[in-house]
Design a protein around this ligand. Sequence first.
Ligand SMILES: O=C(O)CCC(=O)C(=O)O
Length: 354
Amino acid sequence: MHTVLINAYESVLRTVCIGTDFLSVSQLKRNTRPLQLIFAIFICDSHFYISFTSPPLPTPGFLLKAFFLSLASPTRVYTLDNDVLTTEQRQFYEENGYLIIKKLVSDEDIERFRKEFVRICNKEVNPLGAMIMKDEMLRSQSVLPEKVVNKVQDFQEDEELFRYCTLPQVLKYVECFTGPNIMAMHTMLINKLPDSDKQTFRHPMHQDLHYFPFRPADRIVCSWTAMERTDRNNGCLAVLPGTHKESLKPHGYPEWEGIVNKLFHGILDYDENSPRVHVIMEKGDTVFFHPLLIHGSGVNKTSGFRKSISCHFASSECYYIDVKNTVQEDLEKETVEIARRKFNASSLDLKVRL
Ligand SMILES: O=C(O)CCC(=O)C(=O)O
């Protein structure tokens, strides 16, 4: 009976928690007896309040209203209860789909990541499985590698760079979105090069979930750390707040003039007038964002590099999905084709190793 009552009211409580003060459901469960829990909710002038001291009886009107409210606002909760985030931080992520934590990564760590990136560019180390991507416009030029390499991806076998994914202060926040069992799924060190006039390193507006054949999306989060100050001059991230509540949209290559980097897909029917927020960050600041949040970045108009290090984390309860007949099917085909050419194979059978 206890469990049934709690389950029945959990969805209503979640709505209450999001709409007003974030009193977590687990806190409620811990601190209240079942009947108290039911009576603890009451409505006043269409605002919800939660009370534990002298619980009033719920009126039939309240129960009806609460029931319809819970139907009308789907109980999607993007953050988990673990007492790390403040009420304001939680509410901000729930509403906007991203959250900035200032000065999370130290200058010393950033310097170590920067040095390791340069060693990879100079081929002093060659981490297994890492994809080293060069700017399409600069491939043929005889310039220094750091001026050509715009991305090192999948650096999980590079001990020095992978330290980023194990930093306790990063994982502490990741856990707020994934829960305690965490997997590092995708890693990147982006080196946004000074604009080569062809805007090859503009990142079209996209949703990262497009690249991930696993779910649930709400248990995936990107941790993106600025390795120097980023603003509109050097191509900071731009986000469309609240779009993490939308569905995954069809993506493809943007219809820009000139060269577009491989697999830099953007949302196909993206409205360029959508109101975006430019995420200005200082060195070491870290933004955590939901994989459905629409985001991208502009060109680097300065003469310096704009570096960032990031990892997509997921709960170990996430599972792979079959993307056949979904908006992700074309990406799967393109990925298989790229891998087929890379490994010089006539056909490729992709298997997930668990
Ligand atoms: O760092 C950037 O400029 C863009 C990164 C991005 O869009 C991503 O990580 O999905």
